[in-house]
Design a binder for this molecule. Sequence first.
Ligand code: AHR
Length: 507
Amino acid sequence: MAKFTINPDKKLSRIQKEVYGHFSEHLGRCIYGGFYVGEDSPIPNVKGIRTDVVEALRKIKIPVLRWPGGCFADEYHWMDGIGPRENRKKMINTHWGGVTEDNSFGTHEYFELCSQLGCEAYVNGNLGSGTVQEMSEWVEYITFGGLSPMSSLREQNGHKEPWKLSFFGVGNENWGCGGNMTPEYYANEYRRYQTYVRDYKNPDHRGTKSISKICCGPNVDDYEWTDSVLKTCFRHCEPKFHGNLDGLSLHYYVHPDGWQDKGSATEFDDSAWYRTLSKAYYMDELIRSHSAIMDKYDPQKEIALVVDEWGAWYNVEPGTNPGFLYQQNTIRDALTAGITLNIFNKHSDRVRMANLAQTINVLQSVILTEGADMLLTPTYHVFDLYKEHQDSDLVESSIETRNIGLDEEFPVPEITESASVAADGTLHITLTNASLCDTLPIEAVVQGHAVLSAKGEMVHGAMAEKNTFEEPEQIAVQEFTDCRITEEGFALNLPPRSVVRLSVTLS
Ligand code: AHR
């Protein structure tokens, strides 16, 4: 019997809704065929954007969408993607399959997408191969409401009003595909480029900021990058520079079998199951260690750690373009998502945005499409369960658990959990059981309150179970009923291979 203690009155930090964010790159069929089919498509769409996809993402309350990359961002020249579509310049998507990008999805289409989704915009600028002027003018084009060359151009292209730009990334993976820079070199470039990312709504920096600037952070465990970038950014700078670095990104992907041959998304054994989940749990150590370095420069935690690329990355589905990164999604991915999101919740004092890679048809997607068909993956259903945590307060909780796994090198906690209290006072608890075979009895003590009701939902299935276009609803959110109210709180039996959310009303 695992003892689970929750103190709903001990609020620790706000879980920003953006922690449940997504990422979309011009890669494979994420944008084209995934989000965007064009106005003339027989697939139902509004202004070229798929209606089925918008409805599905609104249901999980997608809070923010990062675009246009990824590695693509540092080769993207935004002016190629505005104006009449037939005149837009075509380019080679060198990173992703060498295909021709016709730029038919550009700035106007992206903001239309955000408006249909009802989500915040997170645009990633080009520092690797673009100029300071180009970056500055993009921000002016998007956000300036007065009379200026860029706002006039925007109006000429059919959009008089400026858009709301909440987050702006100053480069992507500049330690690699974004220019192969050293941390010191990048940090100096960050200082320069971000200077011209103007906040036109709040030019004197006295009111509420409207754009949060995201600095390129480390790959996985590159602690030297984190330390050097922050040191260089804060060296010999004006005190007000501190307000010019709102987030530091972290990228971490789970490759069960390593970077070269990453392993299959659907055909794997017990050992790969535990190895994958152990590697997913490694996110906890990464956040702790990078945060400890950030604490040196930013003890008040004003700079967010923004995990703007995360998820499982397997070999592509056999027979598909290797440059398109199309992979299936199973219950193993549901566990990866559930474990990772619990970790983000627990670190919500520092992790204030995260973006799963990538929304549709690429890597650990929440949606797969095939022509007019669309399916929701097990990962989608986990985001559906966890949406209740968005903008809630993380509360103190802990569970007695043990490490499990088949290889000593890859242990994973059998249970992970997180708990939050929503604005209406409901306590939402999410739990994962990584065990392949054991049902785990749990006894919860809820401190300071009586439990009035407890309603549960779960995502659960066989190890490699998935949704296919033939059987799109094999995995869906099911009711979870194996829970009863007790004198001290509640008790439940957590099924193996499950992700559960309990919504508890309190006295
Ligand atoms: O998500 C796929 C790629 O992974 C992104 O383009 C890049 O930023 C990362 O290396």
